[in-house]
Design a binder for this molecule. Structure first.
Ligand code: ADP
Ligand code: 5GP
Length: 203
C-alpha cells in the first residue's frame, strides 16, 4: 500500500497547529513531518516534536547536501521538510501531514502530485488573524506585522488547494478536516486492485 500526504497551509496564527494536534490525538496512522527551522523556539514548543530547531549554518549545509524535499524562507527564517523520513512513512502506507507555506506547497506538488491532498486554512478576516496572533503572545509586534503582511500574499493562492477551511469555529473546522482525512482513506488508489479482485472472486 502506498501512503499519502495531507498538506496544510494558511496564514500563521489561523489555527493550523490547534487543528492538527487534535487530529493526531483522534486519528491513527498519521505521521507529522517535523520541519527544520532556523526561527527561535517559542514557549511551549519542544525541539524534535514541533520542529527541529537548527542554526542557519546547519540549514544551509542541509540545502547543499540536498536533504530537503522543499525549503523556503518564510518570515525571514528558513523552514524545510526533510525528504528521508517522509519517504519512509509513505512506503509504510501512512498519511504524512505537512504544515508548510504556499512556496513549499508549490515545490512539494511538483514532486508528489498524486500523493498530496491539500487544504488551505484561514480566519474569517485579517482583523481576526491579528487578534489571534496577539492573543497567542509568542511574537513581537514587528513579527506580527510581518506575518500579517505575508498572510495577504498567501491568500492569493487559495485556489491552488483542493480544500478551503475558514477556521471561525474550531468544532466546525475540525469536523471539516476530519472529513477530508476520511475521504483520503477511502480513495480507490489506496487499494491493491489485483488482490481486491482475487479476494472478491474467491469468496
Ligand atoms: P497556526 O498553527 O496556524 O500558526 P495556532 O494553532 O497556533 O495557529 O493558533 C493561533 C491562536 O489562535 C492560538 O492561540 C489558538 O488557541 C487560537 N485559535 C485557533 N483556532 C481558533 C478558533 N477557531 N477560534 C479562536 N481562536 C482560535
Ligand atoms: P511558524 O513560525 O508560525 O511555526 O510557521 C510559519 C510558517 O512557516 C507557516 O506558514 C508554516 O506553515 C510554514 N512552515 C512550517 N514548516 C515549513 C516547512 O518545512 N517548509 C515550508 N515551506 N514552510 C513551512
Amino acid at each position: 500500500m502506498k501512503g499519502q500526504i495531507l498538506l496544510i497551509s494558511g496564514p500563521s496564527g489561523c489555527g493550523k497547529s490547534t487543528l492538527l494536534s487534535r487530529l493526531f490525538k483522534e486519528e491513527k496512522g498519521l505521521y507529522f513531518s517535523i520541519s527544520s527551522t532556523t526561527r527561535a523556539i517559542r514557549d511551549g514548543e519542544i525541539d524534535g516534536v514541533h520542529y527541529h530547531f537548527i542554526s542557519k549554518e546547519e540549514f544551509e549545509d542541509g540545502i547543499k547536501k540536498d536533504e530537503f524535499l522543499e525549503w523556503a524562507q518564510v518570515h525571514k527564517n528558513y523552514y524545510g521538510t526533510s525528504l528521508k523520513p517522509v519517504k519512509e512513512q509513505l512506503e509504510r502506507g501512512n498519511i504524512v501531514v505537512f504544515d508548510i507555506d504556499v512556496q513549499g506547497f508549490a515545490i512539494a506538488r511538483e514532486k508528489f502530485k498524486s500523493e498530496i491532498t491539500s487544504v488551505f486554512v484561514t480566519t474569517t478576516n485579517k482583523k481576526e488573524l491579528k487578534k489571534r496572533l496577539e492573543k497567542r503572545n509568542t511574537d513581537s509586534p514587528e513579527t506580527i506585522e510581518n506575518r500579517l503582511m505575508n498572510a495577504v500574499g498567501e491568500m492569493e493562492h487559495i485556489l491552488e488547494y483542493d480544500y478551503f477551511l475558514i477556521n471561525d469555529n474550531i468544532e466546525k473546522s475540525y469536523r471539516g478536516l476530519k472529513s477530508i482525512v476520511r475521504a483520503m482513506r477511502l480513495k480507490s488508489t489506496n487499494i491493491n486492485l489485483r488482490e481486491t479482485i482475487d479476494n472478491w472472486i474467491d469468496c
